[in-house]
Design a protein around this ligand. Structure first.
Ligand code: PMP
Length: 345
């Protein structure tokens, strides 16, 4: 065993209790089902001898559809078994053992695990009070830098012009982790052609309601994608996930309907949680980050006792809070009722 593996803590995923009586607002899944066309596509993939044969190594059918929908060249798309797979591929490709990864804090804690596995050092820089990177950026020249945009847990998002500036400052490859960008009014996709060190990553786990199928992708310069292909497993995405992801990305109308509902619910959560005494950071993602003058860990525990799961998060040098996913209207109604009871008891 390499010593860095023995010494590392390992990433702790959110609790995955998938019982019908549990309201699950802890890992930012979409509370609504995927497009009906996804079910048709998966059923079709189960016919004939499609499971017997290997899938397309580069996902050409998906790349053609996604390229058309997103207005990018199919050659600029790299497919992944979830966007975590993409983040792993990028780390393996860019970061040598003993190398340096930079990111902001608080942010996605997987970046630390990726650095640990690689035997690299993660340099974290605190966000400023208005959730932007400090200027000048003090960790220039890292082998790889990660920026979750919108960020987790805050739900805040830098605007494209701020991303451009940050990409210049990091002075090395910058991964714009856009797991939640489908819920934001802007994103960095258009920047990819113009900023050579920018790589955008996306997931199907949130907006596309396919966390169980595991699919994500990166958009980067085609010459970069050709290099990254060498690092990935030959068949990192299976026949069923490719079929599901292709059908989902082609059904933009369906998902736009879900987005409107979820953004309305996010607004309601922000207002009502504030009324309950929480400090809620305005969110551009499908969750809200809230803190309270009362200790939040007991609130998380009291919610759990009522079968409502939210994410309790604590960050060194920053403190703790609750990250609550946007649920269905009914789920959020139940959540708010439970919080009212907990906070007044
Ligand atoms: N990036 C961020 C910022 C996330 O919060 C998540 C979800 N945990 C991911 C990437 C990974 O998503 P996926 O399910 O596609 O691996």
């Amino acid at each position: 065993m390499r010593p860095n593996i023995r010494d590392m803590a390992g990433y702790t995923p959110g609790e995955q209790i998938n019982a019908a009586h549990v309201i699950k607002l802890n890992t930012n899944e979409n509370p609504y089902p995927p497009s009906p066309k996804v079910f048709d596509a998966v059923r079709a993939a189960l016919t004939g001898d499609k499971l017997r044969k290997y899938p397309q190594p580069l996902g050409d059918t998906f790349r053609a559809s996604a390229g058309k929908v997103l207005g990018v060249s199919p050659d600029s798309i790299l497919i992944g078994n979830g966007s975590d797979d993409i983040l792993t591929i990028l780390t393996r490709a860019f970061v040598p053992e003993g190398g340096v990864i930079s990111s902001l804090t608080p942010s996605y804690s997987l970046y630390k695990s990726l650095a640990d596995i690689q035997g690299a050092k993660l340099v974290t820089v605190p966000f400023t009070a208005d959730w932007t990177p400090p200027d000048p950026w003090p960790a220039k020249g890292a082998h790889l830098s990660f920026l979750a945009n919108p960020n987790s847990p805050s739900g805040t998002a830098l605007r494209p012009e701020q991303v451009v500036k940050f990409a210049e400052q990091v002075n090395g490859p910058l991964v714009l982790d856009e797991a939640y960008a489908d819920f934001c009014e802007w994103n960095g996709l258009e920047l990819v052609g113009n900023i050579p060190n920018l790589i955008v990553t996306r997931t199907f786990s949130k907006y596309y309601a396919l966390a169980g199928i595991r699919f994500g992708f990166a958009v980067a310069a085609p010459e970069l994608v050709r290099q990254l292909v060498k690092v990935k497993d030959s068949y990192n995405c299976d026949v069923l996930s490719l079929a599901a992801a292709t059908a989902a990305i082609e059904d933009q109308d369906y998902y736009a309907g879900l987005r409107s509902k979820m953004i309305a619910t996010r607004g309601r959560m922000t207002v009502e949680l504030t009324e309950l005494g929480f400090t809620v950071t305005p969110s551009r993602a499908n969750f809200v980050w809230c803190r309270h003058e009362k200790p939040v860990k007991p609130i998380y525990e009291a919610l759990k006792a009522k079968n409502i799961l939210v994410r309790y998060m604590k960050y060194e040098g920053y403190g703790d809070g609750l990250r609550i996913s946007v649920g269905t209207t009914a789920e959020v109604e139940t959540l708010l009722g439970a919080l009212r009871a907990i906070l007044t008891s």
